[in-house]
Design a protein around this ligand. Structure first.
Ligand code: MG
Length: 272
């Protein structure tokens, strides 16, 4: 993995005058990681940049989040963007609305798991469950460090029989367990689905996907886009990731977005 800025000339060359298909994670990528999910607020500056980029004809943007779709859509608050919620299970955008999973049966399972987990978690102060309709997030960022091993063991014991019966899938994120439907669908799959759709929309115009994300669930997308586009991890150079490049924090993501906006504006001037 290389620092994006030390490869900037190459990256610029790879993007060239191609249309950009920009896939952006929300938490930890566009906003800093915070103690509670509702505190992750998008800055006016980032929103302004996203708006300008989305108004550019040769740029498409999708926000790809583990949050519920309605939640991330409200947090970003821009039209003209595609929103993907629940790690790819639900998608909505201009002329687009789709849920990739049949809901009823699984909701009953989630309710059961939620009740069982609430019981287990009652002794771990600071932990809480976020219900995202199609999935649950079990947050433990605020649990005291000395209790974390006991928490993980208790959660594993509570979930293992559901996992063994293929009723749910569990994935670890940053101080969170994601409890999802037992299907092989993730951020990587949804990115490829959207990519095929956008390639059709761009109708022959050359386009390149760019994916930026910071967490374990973004790795599916980094892997899916290998050899197809630019993959950028937000974090430290030593972190394990399938991405090609890294940016060290959300401010650097902002700098990157500003730079590509400038590049796109220059392209437009040259074609006038
Ligand atoms: Mg993230």
């Amino acid at each position: 993995m290389q620092k994006l800025w030390s490869e900037w000339e190459n990256v610029k060359k790879r993007m060239g005058k191609k249309a950009l298909m920009l896939f952006l994670d929300y938490d930890g990528t566009l906003t800093p990681i915070v103690s509670r999910p509702e505190l992750a607020i998008l800055s006016a500056e980032t929103r302004g940049l996203l708006r300008e980029l989305s108004e550019n004809e040769s740029c498409k943007i999708a926000i790809i989040s583990g949050r519920a779709l309605s939640d991330v859509k409200e947090k970003v608050g821009l039209e003209n963007l595609v929103y993907v919620g629940n790690h790819g299970l639900e998608i909505e955008g201009p002329k687009l609305k789709h849920v990739f999973f049949e809901f009823d049966e699984f909701r009953a399972i989630l309710d059961k798991v939620k009740t069982e987990l609430a019981y287990v978690l009652s002794v771990f102060k600071g932990s809480f469950i976020e219900d995202k309709g199609l999935s649950l997030s079990l947050h433990f960022r605020m649990v005291s460090p000395g209790k974390l091993i006991a928490l993980r063991t208790a959660v594993r014991e509570a979930l293992v029989h559901h996992v063994a019966r293929n009723r749910i899938r569990v994935k670890r994120g940053k101080m969170v367990f994601e409890i999802r439907p037992p299907i092989n669908w993730n951020k990587g799959k949804v990115v490829l689905w959207l990519l095929a759709r956008w390639e059709f929309v761009f109708a022959g115009k050359k386009a390149i996907p760019v994916y930026i994300g910071d967490d374990a669930t973004d790795e599916d997308a980094f892997t899916a886009l290998k050899g197809k586009g630019l993959t950028i991890f937000v974090g430290k150079p030593g972190d394990q990731t399938a991405a090609q490049y890294y940016l060290k924090d959300q401010n650097q993501v902002l700098v990157f977005l500003r730079k590509i906006l400038t590049e796109k504006a220059d392209d437009e001037k040259k074609t006038l």
